[in-house]
Design a protein around this ligand. Structure first.
Ligand code: NAD
Length: 395
């Protein structure tokens, strides 16, 4: 089984929420006979409608009308998990709850048999923990899609130590057939993109805590000088401070509580006060009528840049903001390389496609220079503590 090429024709999707619906849509477009299951009948029926409507809406724009019609014909609703017997691959997108996922994988193992690949879309649990106790741990992999799956190109194919190579290769091929860009990730905290994204919010929150600048200023510098589409605080407001904090706390614990991943007291306080971001009208910004920010002025700057003169045109603190952020992005990338979470090329792909970064993290390392980043981190460590311990590989 681990040697030959596996043929995937039938895909089962478990959980018909936000992610399951999007994944089933991609599966139909990828020409797979697709069965989607959800224990909630109303949710299951709504998902079928949503997929049908999305296929119709995208016709003549994202795909042809013929492709949409053919894709619709490949979808069926599975009333029970047992209806997924005979699938070549099952992708689980049920709630982020370890006990629930373990139960599901145990059930799927007996329903499907050892030749079926069982993939989880978990974003913060260890795949190996979900696989613990499964009859065939070699058949269990991660397929981590990003939200919304139909727009986000990245899929992290996550390998546990037990995952079969042939099954990982087959999952990677499926992601390609779905029109996505797969990368290979080690089963480690946050996998690749969510881990490498930590410094974007955490270092910005530390700069805010230090009083270096306020949130709108840091956002403006990061947008104009960093070339990011959104600043870190706007992004936190969009994602939801609570959602981001849950992921952050989980990574902090799984990683053995490294100081650089310690959740921000500012964020903890805001979440406790119910200032969760856009969804409740108040986060770092107030959302009511109209735009929450003015259009950025055209300063003739083409970010990403570390040019001090240019960055000072945005704000006097501009150079320090970009240097600190870039040094921490480079530092996390160096830690991730040391932990072998992914290849350098896959790390860059993950951040460009998973978070729309203008450059990959190792390209940011190239921009600042590893030595310069390490020297700055050493200096900051003396002043501000162990969140700034440089990764051994950086020096
Ligand atoms: P969701 O709440 O929108 O959907 C979960 C669905 O699972 C619901 O429809 C629910 O009825 C169903 N469900 C509940 N119990 C079930 C069971 N026993 N068997 C099968 N289905 C069951 O959640 P979501 O946002 O789609 O997230 C699903 C998974 O994808 C989670 O593991 C999450 O961490 C991961 N993920 C989410 C995002 C995101 O941005 N939403 C991104 C990447 C990964």
């Amino acid at each position: 089984m681990s040697a030959g090429r596996l043929t995937i024709e039938r895909i089962g999707v478990v959980g018909a929420g936000t992610m399951g619906t999007g994944i089933a849509l991609l599966s139909c477009l990828g020409r797979y006979a697709t069965s989607i299951h959800d224990p909630d009948e109303a949710v299951l029926s709504a998902a079928q409608t949503t997929i049908g409507e999305a296929l119709a809406e995208g016709a003549d724009k994202r795909w042809t009308a013929d492709e949409a019609e053919a894709a619709s014909g490949r979808l069926r609703a599975a009333e029970s998990l047992a209806d997924l017997a005979g699938s070549d691959l099952v992708i689980e997108a049920a709630p982020e709850d370890l006990a629930l996922k373990r139960r599901l994988f145990a059930d799927l193992g007996s329903i499907c048999g050892p030749e079926t690949i069982l993939a989880t879309n978990t974003s913060s649990l260890r795949v190996a923990e979900i696989a613990a106790g499964a009859a065939h741990p070699e058949a269990i992999v991660g397929m981590h899609f990003f939200n919304p799956p139909v727009l986000m190109q990245l899929v992290e194919v996550v390998a546990t130590e037990a995952s079969s190579t042939a099954m990982l290769v087959a999952a990677t091929e499926v992601a390609k057939e779905m029109g996505r860009t797969p990368i290979r990730a080690k089963d480690s905290p946050g996998f690749v993109a969510n881990r490498l994204a930590r410094p974007f919010s955490l270092e910005s929150l530390r700069m805010l805590a230090d009083g270096l600048a306020d949130a709108p200023t840091i956002d403006r510098v990061v947008r104009i000088g960093g070339g990011f589409r959104m600043g870190p605080f706007e992004l936190l407001d969009l994602i939801g401070l609570d959602v981001n904090l849950t992921i952050g706390r989980s990574l902090y614990e799984q990683g053995g509580r490294p100081e650089r991943w310690r959740p921000s007291p500012i964020q903890e306080r805001m979440v406790a006060e119910g200032r969760l971001g856009r969804k409740c009208g108040l986060g770092f910004y107030e959302y009511g009528t109209g735009r929450h920010r003015e259009r950025d002025p055209d300063l003739g700057i083409e970010g990403p840049t570390l040019g001090a003169e240019e960055l000072r045109r945005i704000d006097p603190a501009g150079p320090e903001i970009m240097l600190r952020l870039t040094a921490q992005i480079a530092n996390e990338a160096a830690y991730a390389l040391a932990d072998e979470v992914a290849s350098p090329a896959d790390m860059n792909t993950a951040m460009r496609l998973g978070f729309n970064w203008p450059l990959g993290p190792l390209e940011f390392t190239g921009m600042i220079g590893a030595d310069r980043a390490a020297a700055l981190l050493d200096e900051l460590r003396e002043r501000l503590g162990d969140a700034y311990v440089p990764a051994p590989g950086l020096t």
